[in-house]
Ligand binder design. Structure first.
Ligand SMILES: *Cc1c(COP(=O)(O)O)cnc(C)c1O
Length: 395
């Protein structure tokens, strides 16, 4: 029976300390969040610039609700494409320095639509091993042959490109790796793409808004334009603080997506108010560069403190600062003990990361203060010290 199999799969997950459970939040996103009536210091949100609960975004959202109502009513190609959507697309195109931008309902759907519009079964797709699940699923949906190369290994990518004799070539990568926080070597990737007649696409879900002088993301930071990286995907639910995603590129690409991307055509448009709030967010993130500067300072403060305590830092300079713990059991235990002490940090376990690579994924926001980080460091020092005693006692 199918349900018996599900039951068994869930039991196996539980035994492997990999069972997933949700927390029920009763407050807005922010440095302080509530679950039931208890308050926690939050270190696991992707709201890097602290915009998700910003008064200007909320005002723009409410104003748009008064004008447009809540639901968009239909897909963009029927009559769901409002003035707010269209204006946001134009502003995103200008912000990313591209001819056009196209809104999708989620980043997951943007990746599915993009890759499956570009590639078919006679083509080849090159993916970093640590790419986001949506990029992997996009590859499967496209039916292209998938070549996954070792994380950020440009020698491996070059070899695979050289050996490829199958159709059109597309290289896709996270700009900032979502569970690791490190950056893709986009400059090298752009050179390889050019040398091998391949197209390069970057998913900048965790770079957009955060990296680069004006928040332009991984590409701005690397000094790369739309010629070097013709396809850019960005999400709105992380640093931009709202919801949704977009693809930016040339006129031709966007018209092809409007016509062929099934995850664009056959789904309801985002609520117009979400687009309106995102327009406010896009203005704020460009004018308030202090948010990025503060985030950089906080990351430095953390890395210095964590280094002194010899915490198991990973190779990241971004606001994603994972601590590598190894076993799922240990990651879950420390996450729970942190929660008892008033810190909210989620344990990231397989299959999201490789076996033996479970970690705490710590993230910072522009609303954190150095003092919050000091409190977290103190708690981690105690808890990881206890773990060490445990290991030594052979438990
Ligand atoms: C979050 C994320 C996505 C998915 O975006 P959603 O809008 O949440 O669906 C895609 N790619 C990467 C790298 C992400 O981190």
């Amino acid at each position: 029976m199918l349900f018996d199999r599900l039951r068994q799969q869930l039991q196996e997950r539980e035994q492997a300390h990999q069972y997933r459970r949700r927390r029920i939040m009763s407050s807005a996103q922010g440095v302080r969040v509530c679950i039931d009536d208890l308050e926690y210091l939050n270190f696991c949100s992707n709201d890097y610039l602290a915009l998700a609960n910003h008064p200007e975004l909320k005002a723009a959202f409410k104003q748009a609700v008064d004008r447009y109502g809540v639901g968009s009513g239909s897909a963009h190609l029927i009559n769901g494409h409002s003035h707010e959507h269209h204006a946001l697309e134009e502003e995103l195109a200008a912000f990313t320095g591209r001819q056009r931008a196209l809104l999708f309902s989620t980043g997951y759907m943007a990746n599915l639509g993009l890759v499956s519009t570009l590639l078919g079964r006679s083509d080849t797709l090159f993916e970093d091993r640590l790419n986001h699940a949506s990029l992997i699923d996009a590859g499967i949906l496209s039916r292209a042959r998938m070549q996954r190369y070792a994380h950020n290994d440009m020698t491996a990518l070059a070899e695979k490109l050289e050996q490829c004799d199958r159709g059109e070539k597309l290289i896709v990568s996270d700009g900032v790796f979502s569970m690791d926080g490190d950056l893709a070597p986009i400059i090298d990737m752009a050179h390889l793409a050019q040398a091998h007649d391949a197209l390069l696409m970057i998913d900048d879900a965790h770079g957009l808004g955060v990296l680069g002088r004006t928040g332009g993301g991984s590409l701005e930071q690397a000094g790369l334009d739309a010629v070097a990286v013709p396809i850019l995907m960005g999400t709105l639910g992380k640093a931009l603080g709202t919801f949704g995603a977009f693809v930016a590129g040339d006129e031709l690409l966007i018209e092809a997506l409007i016509n062929h991307a099934r995850s664009y055509v056959y789904t309801t448009a985002l609520p117009p108010a979400v687009a309106a709030a995102t327009r406010a967010s896009l203005r704020l993130l460009q004018t308030e560069s202090w948010r990025r500067q503060k985030l950089t300072a906080l990351v430095e403060h953390w890395k210095q403190g964590a280094g002194q305590l010899q915490l198991p830092l990973m190779d990241s300079d971004t606001a994603i600062q994972p601590l590598l713990l190894g076993s799922s059991e240990k990651a879950i235990r420390i996450s729970q003990q942190l929660e008892q002490r008033g810190f909210l940090i989620s344990a990231i376990r397989p299959p999201t990361v490789a076996k033996g690579q479970a970690r705490l994924r710590i993230t910072f926001s522009a609303e954190h203060e150095p003092e919050h980080i000091d409190r977290l460091l103190e708690a981690l020092d105690v808890l990881l010290g206890l773990e060490q005693n445990r290991d030594e006692a052979g438990e």
